[in-house]
Ligand binder design. Structure first.
Ligand SMILES: NC(=O)c1ccc[n+]([C@@H]2O[C@H](COP(=O)([O-])OP(=O)(O)OC[C@H]3O[C@@H](n4cnc5c(N)ncnc54)[C@H](OP(=O)(O)O)[C@@H]3O)[C@@H](O)[C@H]2O)c1
Length: 328
């Protein structure tokens, strides 16, 4: 039995009024899980959705928050791939109510990897959800081929920042769309070929200029709303829009006749495990790319453990890069 503190959602509402620190105990992990002493945990827009009661996969509070965490294994069931003391990062048991903004966290074993040498705790904590989501979108569901043009919305954010780098690693030309010069500078540092500011530039005409009128082969969309609608006007024939999320507050509006007349597809992505083989392949490939430093977490603000409620509130207007919580 392990005991420590955990941030939990006690009721839906503004994070400062609804997220509270609780003393908890963690029993030995069940088969398929490992228990880690958390060093850092990754944050993102889903935290906003969870506290507001708008996250589709969770019921009513109380439950623990934090979808991903990095730390050392402190307990593993017999037969586990992982041993006590190993440094790992992975997706928490948040869907069962146990999150990563805590001193200890259960990680789903099949969605956990050893931290590659050279990766810091903060980078490791920000890796799993974003890169597993990008992999699901760009490798499993709408494979991007070398030489194709990938347009990434929210490209200085969590899943967008991962998609930008995975797209480059797959050999695509990447158009990165973000909402400030600071965010576009970050995209350029992480390999974007063509940064576009959706607040000051006309997205469809810029895409047309950059692609010689062809359009983008794949649009990766964690943002939705008007920005995604504008990007969709620049999609190529036979193109695919990869539906990831709705950080703008609403999903992109799709029009079946438009899909038909302009010959493109919409591909929904939910990055949850489909089979042990697929998970092993995905995490193996991601660990290899991270070990070679071909993909890395575009770290943004690092918050203290005490700042979790404020951190969640700030995910409604996030700065550049991936937000992470650091434990003492
Ligand atoms: N399908 C899946 O399996 C899966 C997995 C992970 C996440 N998601 C979903 O993907 C979405 C994005 O998550 P994320 O963690 O990538 O988010 P994030 O890191 O916060 O990035 C979202 C980006 O969206 C843009 N944005 C536009 N309007 C916004 C608003 N009102 N509030 C916040 N951001 C806004 C921002 O970019 P600019 O300022 O540059 O416009 C921001 O960088 C969420 O809906 C999440 O649930 C889905």
């Amino acid at each position: 039995m392990f005991s420590g503190q955990a941030w939990r959602l006690e009721r839906f509402g503004p994070p400062e009024e609804s997220v509270e620190l609780r003393q908890m105990t963690w029993a030995e992990p069940s088969p398929g899980q490992v228990l880690v002493r958390v060093r850092a945990a990754g944050a993102g827009y889903p935290d906003v959705m969870m506290t507001a009661g708008r996250f589709p996969l969770l019921g009513n509070p109380p439950f623990g928050l934090g979808e991903e965490a990095a730390g050392e294994v402190v307990a593993a069931p017999a037969g586990s791939r992982f041993a006590v003391g190993e440094r790992v990062t992975g997706i928490t048991a948040f869907l069962e109510g146990w999150g990563g903004y805590a001193e200890y966290a259960y990680l789903r074993e099949e969605s956990t990897m050893r931290v590659p040498a050279g990766m810091t705790d903060e980078e490791a904590a920000g890796f799993p959800i974003a890169f597993r989501t990008a992999y699901a979108g760009l490798v499993e569901r709408a494979p991007v081929e070398a030489g194709q043009t990938l347009l990434v919305l929210g490209a200085a954010g969590s899943s967008g920042g991962a998609a930008l780098q995975l797209g480059k690693a797959l050999g695509a030309t990447v158009i990165a769309v973000a909402g400030s010069q600071e965010k576009l500078d970050l995209c350029t540092r992480f390999g974007a070929d063509h940064p576009i500011n959706h607040r000051t530039e006309d997205l469809p005409s810029r895409i047309a200029d950059l692609t010689g009128g062809r359009g983008a082969d794949v649009v990766f969309d964690p943002v939705g709303g008007d920005t995604a609608s504008a990007a969709l006007r620049g999609i190529a024939r036979n193109g695919r829009i990869v539906l990831i999320g709705l950080a703008s507050g609403r999903p992109v509006a799709l029009d079946a006749m438009d899909l038909l007349l302009r010959n493109y597809s919409a591909v929904g992505v939910l990055a949850t495990p489909v089979s042990p083989e697929a998970e092993a392949a995905a995490w193996g490939r991601l660990a290899e790319l991270a070990g070679d430093r071909r993909i890395s977490v575009p770290l943004g603000r690092v918050y203290d453990f005490a700042e979790v409620p404020r951190m969640i509130a700030e995910q409604s207007a996030p700065g550049a890069g991936k937000s992470v919580v650091r434990l003492p």
